[in-house]
Design a protein around this ligand. Structure first.
Ligand SMILES: *Cc1c(COP(=O)(O)O)cnc(C)c1O
Length: 353
């Protein structure tokens, strides 16, 4: 099936179901599944088709109206919440595709008043300082709602993975806000992201979960047994000998200190491999490590085949999987697994398995 692709990502939809189930078993709350940024690079349409059939999923969350449109055009019927709010130019999308906005300021609130769908989630800023009404605006805001249906009330954690004090303060502060909005009877109260699952929010009745649905732990202390969903693979283009003293790739940053056998893999930075992995990361071939030699190029990467045994042209190379995680690649390239996941590029075909 994958024979004519040079690189591809196998998306294990069974593991999506598994992850939703183990997360739900732990929190026992409705799940808002975050499928923004093409479902963290996993393919938003395919992933949403799986998610919308699961009874634990209450909503799908995207970042932009455009992302919501893509899901609707693919036939997704589930409620879609647009986390990034509503811009004036996007009003028609919200109507046409039945998208629900997260409202974070008075300008957006005014826009909603002209929409046929007057249903929103209200966001409060309890420490992220990105989107959200300041808590002291609650009373003023209540006077301006003007019959708009507040279906949800939410806030967001900036540092649930690193700052317990701040996170616990946010849970307290958000409770105060929720109490003052109680008479609006919001159906959903949601605060926790994946890292936030390690905290208890007893007055919340839903969680907004992204990365752990895709099987990565948001922090080392995360202890829900999720399984990796996406494995990334590429083909070996050619195998060749390198003589002692010869250099590899642009700028010759690797020089052979012995005669060796190397392979050229059809995966480069245009496929989403961080160039910072040059001379640092490795792939797996035949279950063995094949270290990256020299600078990663746009479409290809040279690897050391010394330890991998027999290989043939076109052989499958594992870029992510077989013990190589997005987190490992992220820490080698000084970033977070989220970024590595969502930069796996369009050239890498997503194949549901
Ligand atoms: C992306 C996002 C999430 C999901 O966060 P994870 O750490 O991936 O679980 C939740 N809430 C908001 C507002 C987000 O933007």
């Amino acid at each position: 099936m994958v024979s004519h692709y040079r690189s591809w990502a196998e998306v294990n939809t069974e593991n999506i179901r598994h992850n939703v189930e183990v997360i739900h078993n732990r929190v026992k709350k409705g799940i808002f599944a975050v499928v923004k940024a093409d479902a963290y690079g996993h393919g938003a349409v395919e992933i949403s088709k799986v998610l919308e059939k699961l009874p634990q999923i209450e909503y799908l969350c995207v970042a932009t109206a455009e992302e919501g449109k893509e899901l609707r055009e693919a036939g997704i019927k589930k409620g879609i919440l647009v986390l990034g709010g509503l811009l004036p130019e996007e009003k028609k999308y919200f109507t046409e595709y039945n998208l629900i906005p997260v409202i974070s300021d008075y300008n957006q609130l005014k826009l909603v008043k002209n929409l046929p769908i007057r249903k929103i989630h209200l966001k409060f800023d309890t420490g992220m300082h990105r989107l959200g009404f300041p808590p002291e605006e609650v009373d003023n805001l209540l006077r301006k709602l003007d019959g708009i249906q507040v279906e949800g009330v939410m806030s967001h954690f900036p540092s649930a993975d690193t700052d317990r004090q701040l996170t616990e303060n946010q849970i307290k502060q958000f409770k105060g806000i929720v109490d003052r909005l109680k008479h609006l009877k919001p159906k959903y109260i949601h605060l926790q992201n994946s890292a936030g699952l390690m905290y208890n929010c007893d007055y919340c009745n839903a969680v907004r979960i992204g990365i752990s649905i895709y099987g990565e732990k948001p922090s080392p202390q995360f202890n829900i047994p999720v399984k990796m969903v996406m494995g990334v693979k590429a083909k070996l283009i050619t195998v060749k000998k390198l003589k002692k003293g010869e250099r590899v790739s642009y700028n010759g940053t690797f020089q052979a200190n012995r005669d060796m056998v190397v392979g050229v893999v059809a995966f480069g930075y245009a496929d989403g491999l961080p160039r910072e992995l040059s001379n640092r990361g490795y792939f797996k071939i035949n279950g063995k490590k094949a270290p990256i030699l020299g600078n990663i190029t746009m479409d290809m990467t040279v690897v050391d085949l010394s330890e991998v045994g027999n290989v043939s042209p076109s052989q499958e190379v594992v870029v992510v999987g077989d013990g190589i995680t997005f987190s490992q690649i992220a820490s080698l390239s000084n970033t977070i697994p989220y970024e590595i996941m969502c930069r796996i590029s369009k050239r890498v075909k997503r194949i549901p398995v």
